[in-house]
Design a protein around this ligand. Structure first.
Ligand code: ATP
Length: 371
């Protein structure tokens, strides 16, 4: 193990990769560049192609077409054990008949590292995951979280320039998962290794990643920081997958420099322009909406939509409401503790600025492909 940040992470270039099983395309033209030392997360619903992409990079799955560069080297056709990549799976995959210390030493033995150096590096790797006191235990004597920390030490002990992780925290409970997320983040920061991480949990992706690639149906919809994906989703699918959102459909009254829409019988104005053909959908984030009792003096916000509260959820730090609008669609609003609270059946107005509206090309498949 290198001490301190090494900056030795590899750049990864996935170029137009497809993977077919018969006539089915599990990957359909996936391209992704990962910077050296970056933490990239592959995020998407079940079956969207995240694990297949990871397996292609690891060398466990061949590509059908396309190119793959790891640290500038074309690795298509190179066997997995010759790629020098660390891998951590959801299920810990430790050798049950070996102690923790021997498990972590295993990759060093394969690489012919001498005994003295091996012991030092195993110690450093176990220190890094805070498992030094457990070197003599066997995997069956460890909790799930501890086993996963050992698996991480084993994957990093030979200083790979790239670490791949496939839902490594998926089998753990929420509290432990949240703690280990911060541990993984710390280790990434300390090492400077490139990390590619698979999850279907958007909160986990937001906590961990420098950038996130959002997968849908075997292709990447958008790559960006969590903030970019949340604030400026390129597609309806991304807007719905990252964070809570209200999606409303209506008709365009006026396009051009600014846009006027008729939504649920009311007029909404926004400085945003319509991109692409067809009637756009309007996407709003819950914190951009202010909820008021109907009939109360209006806020200064540019737009308002009337509705009735159908669900009120107390969150501790505030409340979340579902509001049914005149056309039957549902809006989601979040309010803070300082705001007035509302109950089911209350008639309310939702106020928002036009600049906070996102206009996106409609995509009916975004509703169903999220499940
Ligand atoms: P999950 O989060 O459920 O693991 P994923 O996004 O990782 O999903 P993949 O495991 O990459 O999805 O699978 C992508 C698609 O490829 C799925 O429809 C899956 O059924 C299909 N697939 C994967 N492996 C094979 C295989 N060996 N033969 C046929 N189809 C496969």
């Amino acid at each position: 193990m290198n001490e301190g940040k090494t900056g030795r992470g590899a750049a990864i270039d996935i170029r137009d990769v497809t993977k077919s099983y018969g006539s089915f395309k599990a990957l359909d033209g996936v391209s992704l560049h990962v910077e050296p030392g970056e933490f990239m997360t592959l995020l998407g619903p079940s079956g969207s192609g995240k694990t297949t992409t990871l397996n292609v990079v690891a060398g466990f799955t061949d590509v059908t077409t396309g190119t793959l560069l790891v640290g500038g080297r074309d690795v298509v056709g190179v066997p997995a054990d010759k790629r020098n990549i660390g891998v951590v799976f959801q299920h810990y995959a430790l050798f049950p008949h070996m102690s923790v210390g021997r498990n972590v030493a295993y990759p060093l033995g394969l690489r012919g590292v001498g005994r003295a150096d091996r012991e030092k590096r195993v110690r450093q790797a176990l220190d890094m995951v805070k498992m030094s006191d457990f070197a003599h235990r066997y995997p069956s004597e460890l909790s799930g979280g501890q086993q996963q920390r050992v698996a991480l030490a084993r994957a990093l002990v030979f200083d790979p320039p790239l670490l791949l992780m496939d839902e490594p925290l998926g089998a753990l409970d929420k509290k432990l998962r949240e703690w280990l997320q911060l541990e993984i983040k710390r280790i990434h920061r300390e090492l400077g290794t490139t990390f590619i991480y698979v999850t279907h949990d958007q909160e986990e992706a937001l906590v961990l990643s420098d950038r996130i690639a959002v997968f849908n149906g075997g292709h990447i919809e958008q790559v960006g920081t969590g903030r970019e994906l949340y604030d400026e989703p390129a597609t309806l699918f991304v807007g719905r997958f990252i964070g809570d959102s209200t999606v409303l459909r209506g008709e365009v009254l006026r396009g051009g420099e600014g846009t006027c829409l008729r939504i649920a019988g009311e007029t909404v104005a926004t400085p945003r322009r319509i991109n692409g053909n067809g009637t756009p959908v309007m996407l709003l984030r819950p914190e951009k909406l202010t909820i008021r009792r109907r009939g109360q003096p209006a806020t200064h916000a540019q737009n308002r939509l009337s509705g009735t509260v159908t669900e009120a959820i107390y969150l501790g730090s505030g409340s979340k409401y579902e509001v049914r609008l005149a056309d039957g669609s549902t809006a989601i609003v979040r309010s803070s503790l300082a705001d007035e609270s509302f109950g089911i059946g209350d008639d309310v107005a939702l106020c928002f600025e036009g600049v906070d509206v996102k206009l996106l090309p409609d995509d009916a498949s975004a509703d169903t492909s999220l499940t």
